[in-house]
Ligand binder design. Structure first.
Ligand code: SF4
Length: 369
């Protein structure tokens, strides 16, 4: 296997007992002793009518989520023998996602536009989804490599320092999304994911831009995916409670960003109530979802006191099972030059201060940072 020679830590990371304990389901999927959650969801029968009101559908979703969690307690042999249902839990979540598309509320911008009519909101993603690339990524955290990474075009954030600004935002208002990226539907996205799994991907990593505007297509593709491969959500995590309810049972591994105070998020990413929204969503995946989470904390220059330390405090207090990637990769990009306080890399002293603070709090970060 090629990755053995490129990244020896992709194997040795599992020698860490804490990593093994905190990511036991993921490791089980890699070893074939666990099923990816979406495969279990395919076998959960779910009666609903396309004519049901949104209120009825949401109630149904709550009931089925409870049933799904009970189902997960079964042994592998029992789960493997269950048949795929035509009207499955996945079909229900996709149906609701497509309803939300009519009044888009996938993320907390809540643009309220009808994307089924190709109206476009802040992210500028129409009703269809578009990807800029998909490949085996060898630069992710050790336990994720090689990661079958799918980059969606478009983002619901407007970070002035974005390192992926070519796919997230620079094209907005200049070139149509159709000209610069590849349209995907449920089937073609599933084919891409299956192809990556066949090439040895340890997970299917939905990223961008951001996957949030594409929830309907990602869920829809699960109807066609078959491989027992971990589904991984790699996102700014600014999604609504309602949108999170659609994917919380289907995702095995979470890779959310958490980098700001609310004040700084508004200034640099044009996003309101950031801290409250991210902490709300983190609490849910920690307590109700798989709980297998690496939080990516990008250290910003001059933001150790206002952002890094309060974030680490919060993680320690509220979501202690999370492992944190303390990232020193920040570099001035895009419009950073307009903000002198972040127009440089973080210094070694700033990085050391954040790591030292995490050590004092007992946060697990070294194996993934
Ligand atoms: S996903 Fe896009 S259109 Fe929908 S609410 Fe968010 S920014 Fe607006």
């Amino acid at each position: 296997m090629v990755f053995r020679f490129i990244r020896p830590d992709t194997l040795s990371v599992w020698d860490n007992h804490e990593i093994l304990a905190r990511f036991s389901n993921y490791k089980g999927i890699l070893d074939g002793t666990h099923l990816a959650r979406y495969l279990v969801a395919k076998s959960l029968e779910c009666d609903f009518s396309p004519d049901d009101s949104l209120e009825i559908l949401k109630k149904r979703l709550e009931e089925k989520s409870r049933e799904f969690k009970e189902l997960l307690d079964n042994d592998l042999d029992i789960l493997k023998k269950r048949e795929v249902k035509i009207n499955s839990y996945i079909k229900l979540t996709e149906h609701i996602a497509r309803k939300y598309l009519e009044n888009c509320m996938f993320c907390e911008r809540k643009c309220g536009i009808n994307r089924t009519l190709d109206e476009k909101g802040f992210c500028m993603v129409p009703k269809d989804s578009y990807i800029s690339s998909a490949f085996l990524h060898y630069g992710e955290e050790a336990l994720l490599v090689p990661s079958g990474t799918i980059f969606f075009q478009g983002c619901n954030f407007g970070c002035i320092f974005c390192q992926n600004y070519d796919i997230s935002q620079i094209w907005k208002g200049r070139r149509p999304i159709e000209e610069i990226s590849q349209k995907v539907n449920n089937k073609s996205l599933a084919n891409i994911a299956e192809n990556l799994a066949q090439k040895g991907a340890r997970n299917i990593n939905y990223v961008g831009g951001d996957p949030i505007p594409n929830i309907h297509t990602i869920i829809g593709s699960l109807n066609y995916q078959k491989a027992n491969t971990c589904q991984l959500w790699n996102s700014n995590f600014y999604l609504t409670n309602e949108a999170l309810s659609l994917i919380i049972d289907l995702i095995d591994f979470w890779l959310p960003d958490f980098k700001f105070s609310s004040e700084c998020a508004e200034k640099y990413s044009n996003a309101k109530n950031y801290f409250e929204i991210i902490t709300r969503n983190l609490k849910r995946i920690h307590d109700e979802g798989s709980g297998e989470i690496i939080i990516r904390h990008l250290v910003l220059p001059n933001h150790v006191e206002c952002c890094s330390k309060p974030i680490l405090d919060h993680i320690r207090r509220e979501v202690p099972k999370c492992v944190v990637n303390i990232m020193g990769q920040y570099r001035p990009e895009y419009h950073s030059y307009e903000y002198p306080e972040i127009n440089r890399r973080p210094t070694p002293d700033e990085m050391e201060e954040v790591r030292h603070y995490a050590d004092e709090l007992g946060i697990l970060y070294k194996p993934v940072s």
